[in-house]
Design a protein around this ligand. Structure first.
Ligand code: ADP
Length: 507
């Protein structure tokens, strides 16, 4: 039996901006269900943002008091609500001044908001009867928890022995705090041991230094993160971590993402009988205003409009040659410049390109199901979930060879008869066009190559990315290791040169 507490800024379906939410939810559920798992519910701490769809069964379980430089008397009373409706114990940290806002992130005072969230989560854990074995924090927003545990709770009977683990879902966002603002997190601005960089503190760096074990979400990305080019300034700190830094590929939840039961689709289908997929395709094309009778390949694209995702590369490439007769359906929201580029593209090619600028879960499902290919031109991708969902929905992905994309998609051109999609080498328009061209040539026109195509789709659908069978057992191994490391009492990374993690270097 192992008691686990997750601390995270996102968790589906309560609060989602990206893949982090899917992982936190699915992993928490899977761990409670697998034979060798926790054997009991995992705790998931989440801020109660405005608009969290709190279920009726949610109970108020009291309040905790935490230091807060912004509150009257420098102490804030924070409400806690709990529900167990979703396969784990969701513990909502309710503090309206920090969380009753329109968005999850993007505020100047985010470090204060998430610092307060972490402090409250630790206070709640301290008031429990049973100590956690592992406190598992996700991304920079939860890193203050590991820092606070070591600074303020090193002697606390409930928290002092807990192992700590950090999972990096996105290395590009690190939570930077200028030194003068450290008091906003209850930290001493003169403390050079805590924050050796004279300019301030990188919270993700602090998490890497303090956590017993650090993981990221694919072996491919773990490998890239150790290099100067792929490390976002934290490669030194990650190398310092030695064998306490590893990659565990994410899964997807095979129940949530299942074309056989998906109620948002026009028709359901499965690997043995894919007839419904044609209906999904026709209805999707009609829904977005493209010709449903045109048999040419349709490429779906979904994601945050962010430099990372490479949609600007797509816009450049597509403008030169709308992709060998293929049509594009792009769903995404975010950066306004990238959005403008995609809007221009769609205006220039009204019969071939549709850009839908919003976040729409149901439409995303219809695009996964109704497209012939799914394109991910990400410049970097710690794991990526879109390519796995697309495969499960029988939609071979076309991806840039990076991070988790390279771990999950087998290139059909290089491995004829064994591929699950198409992989291109560089995040450039030329390379992307090459990948798309190979995919489009493979697509069956007028019955040609139909059997090769059917076999490719079948292989893609056969890949099993389910959390319970692959990733959750790997996390259990990492938790056991974290407990061992914590018990060993060796405060620094195994095999590390020096007793401190090298501070971030500007990329
Ligand atoms: P990241 O976490 O970097 O955003 P992932 O590929 O891991 O990338 O996860 C993205 C998830 O968010 C996928 O489930 C994808 O379908 C979903 N998603 C992204 N943008 C949108 C959108 N505009 N509408 C609906 N779902 C979206």
């Amino acid at each position: 039996m192992m008691r686990l507490a997750f601390i995270a800024a996102e968790c589906e379906p309560w609060a989602k901006a990206g893949g982090l939410a899917d992982v936190v939810d699915a992993l928490a559920r899977a761990l409670g269900r697998i034979p060798d798992g926790t054997g009991e519910l995992v705790d998931v701490f989440l801020p109660r943002y405005r608009g969290v769809p709190v279920p009726e069964e949610t109970r108020d379980t009291g309040a905790v008091v935490v230091p807060d430089p912004r509150a009257i008397g420098s102490r804030a009373t924070v409400g806690v609500q709990e529900t167990e409706t979703h396969g784990y114990r969701l513990r909502l940290i309710d503090y309206p001044p920090a969380f009753d806002r329109a968005d999850i992130y993007g505020y100047e005072d985010d470090p204060w908001r998430f610092g307060l969230f972490c402090r409250a989560a630790l206070e709640v854990l301290r008031s429990d009867a049973v100590p956690p074995d592992v406190i598992h924090v996700h991304d920079w927003h939860a890193c203050p928890a590991v820092l606070y545990r070591d600074l303020f709770y090193a002697d606390d009977p409930l928290l002092r022995d807990a192992a700590t683990m950090l999972t990096i879902h996105n290395l590009a966002y690190q939570g930077w705090i200028p030194r003068s603002e450290l008091p906003q997190l209850g930290l001493d601005p003169d403390n050079r041991i805590l924050a050796p960089d004279p300019a301030g503190l990188d919270l993700l760096w602090a998490g890497i230094e303090h956590a017993d074990i650090v993981t990221t979400v694919s072996p491919g990305f773990a490998h890239e993160a150790l290099t100067r080019e792929g490390g976002f300034g934290l490669d030194g700190a990650l190398r310092w971590k030695g064998d306490r830094f590893t990659g565990i590929i994410n899964g997807i939840d095979a129940d949530i993402w299942d074309p056989a039961t998906d109620t948002d689709l026009a028709a359901t289908y499965n690997r043995a009988d894919r007839a419904g997929k044609a209906t999904c395709r026709a209805r999707l094309l009609a829904e977005v205003g493209l010709d449903p009778d045109d048999a040419g390949p349709v490429i779906g694209v979904i994601g945050r409009l962010d430099h990372q995702k490479g949609f600007d590369i797509l816009a450049d490439a597509a403008d030169r040659a709308v992709i060998g007769g293929a049509r594009l359906i792009v769903l995404g929201s975010g950066d306004s410049t990238i959005a403008a580029g995609l809007r221009d593209l769609a205006e220039g090619w009204p019969d071939a390109v549709v850009f839908i600028e919003k976040f729409d879960r149901a439409l995303a499902r219809r695009i996964y199901a109704g497209s012939d290919f799914f394109l991910m031109p990400s410049r970097f991708e710690p794991c990526g979930t879109g390519q796995m969902i697309a495969m499960r929905y029988g939609t071979p992905p076309i991806v840039h060879r990076t991070g988790g994309l390279r771990d999950t998609v087998i290139d059909e051109t290089a491995n004829p008869g064994q591929g699950t999609g198409f992989v291109f080498d560089e995040p450039t328009p030329a390379s992307l066009l090459d990948g798309v061209r190979r995919a489009v040539e493979f697509f069956p026109y007028a019955g040609q190559h139909a059997s090769e195509w059917e076999a490719l789709v079948d292989r893609a659908m056969a890949v099993d990315f389910d959390w319970e069978r692959s990733s959750a057992p790997a996390y259990m191994t990492a938790y056991r290791r974290a407990v061992e490391v914590a018990r060993s009492g060796v405060p620094v990374a195994a095999g590390a040169a020096g007793d401190r993690a090298p501070v971030p270097t500007p990329p």
